[in-house]
Design a protein around this ligand. Structure first.
Ligand code: SAM
Length: 222
C-alpha cells in the first residue's frame, strides 16, 4: 500500500499529465473498435436514456456514440485540449462538452446513465478513488446505470509511473469489486473486454445503485 503522501503526489503527477494530454489512444485501433461494439450492445437494451454523463470523455468519440441512444450527453474531461478536440469534431447537437473533473460535475441525481471508461485506473490515490466512486453514484437517478471500463490486475494491485508523468493503478479485480460494493453499487453485468500481457485485463461493469438499507443511507448522506 502506498503511503498517503506518496499516492497524493502520484495523483498530482497523473492529473498534470492528463491536463496537458492531447491524445488518449495508446492501444491498437481494434481495442477501441471493440469498446464501441460492446458499448452499442449494452446501450441498445437499456431503454430510454434522457441524460447521459460521460466522465473522462477524452476527445468525445464514445460520447458521440452514446448520443445516438440518449436525449442529451454531457461529456466532461480534465484536459482542456481534449475537450477542444471533442468540440471541434462536431456532433448531432445533443452533446455538450465541458472541462471538469469527476469532483466538479454538479448534476446530482439526474443521470439515467453515467459512463466512466478508462478513467479510474488513472485515479491512483485510494481515497480519491473511493470518493470518485461515490461521486459517480451520486450523479445517477435511483434507476440509473453506471458503466465502468477499467484495466485490472488478475493478481494483486499494480502501479505504473512513467517518465511522461502518466501513472496508473491496476487494481486487483477482487479489491475493485469490493470497492464497488462498499460504494453502494451492485453489478448487473460484467465482461472481459481485452487481455493484456503481464496479468492485466480490461473489464466492463454495468452497475446500478444497490437497493439495500445501507445504500439508502448513502443516498440520504448524498
Ligand atoms: C484512458 S483515457 C479514456 C478516454 C475515453 N473515456 C475512452 O474510453 O477512450 C482517460 C481519460 O480520463 C481523463 N481523466 C483523467 N482523470 C480525470 C478526472 N479526475 N476527471 C475527469 N477526467 C479525467 C483523461 O483526461 C482522459 O481523457
Amino acid at each position: 500500500m502506498l503511503l498517503t503522501r506518496q499516492s497524493r503526489a502520484l495523483q498530482r503527477s497523473g492529473d498534470a499529465y492528463w491536463k496537458r494530454a492531447r491524445d488518449t489512444y495508446h492501444a491498437p485501433p481494434e481495442f477501441y473498435a471493440e469498446r464501441e461494439r460492446a458499448l452499442r450492445e449494452i446501450l441498445g437494451p437499456l431503454g430510454e436514456i434522457g441524460l447521459a454523463i460521460d466522465v473522462g470523455c477524452g476527445d468525445g468519440r464514445y460520447s458521440r456514440v452514446i448520443a445516438e441512444y440518449a436525449e442529451l450527453v454531457q461529456g466532461f474531461d480534465i484536459s482542456p485540449s481534449l475537450i477542444s478536440r471533442a468540440r471541434a469534431a462536431g456532433s448531432a447537437g445533443n452533446v455538450e462538452f465541458s472541462v471538469g473533473t469527476v469532483a466538479e460535475i454538479a448534476s446530482s441525481g439526474m443521470a439515467d446513465l453515467v459512463t466512466c471508461m478508462g478513467v479510474t485506473s488513472c485515479i491512483v490515490d485510494p481515497v480519491t478513488f473511493d470518493q470518485s466512486l461515490s461521486l459517480l453514484r451520486r450523479l445517477l437517478k435511483p434507476s440509473g446505470s453506471l458503466l465502468m471500463i477499467d484495466t485490472l490486475s488478475t493478481g494483486s494491485d499494480m502501479h505504473r509511473a512513467y517518465r511522461s508523468g502518466y501513472v496508473a493503478r491496476y487494481r486487483a479485480r477482487s479489491s475493485y469489486e469490493r470497492a464497488i460494493q462498499c460504494g453502494g453499487l451492485e453489478i448487473v453485468r460484467e465482461m472481459d473486454m481485452a487481455m493484456f500481457g503481464g496479468g492485466l485485463v480490461n473489464r466492463m461493469y454495468l452497475l446500478r445503485k444497490h437497493a439495500s438499507h445501507s445504500a439508502q443511507q448513502l443516498d440520504a448522506a448524498g
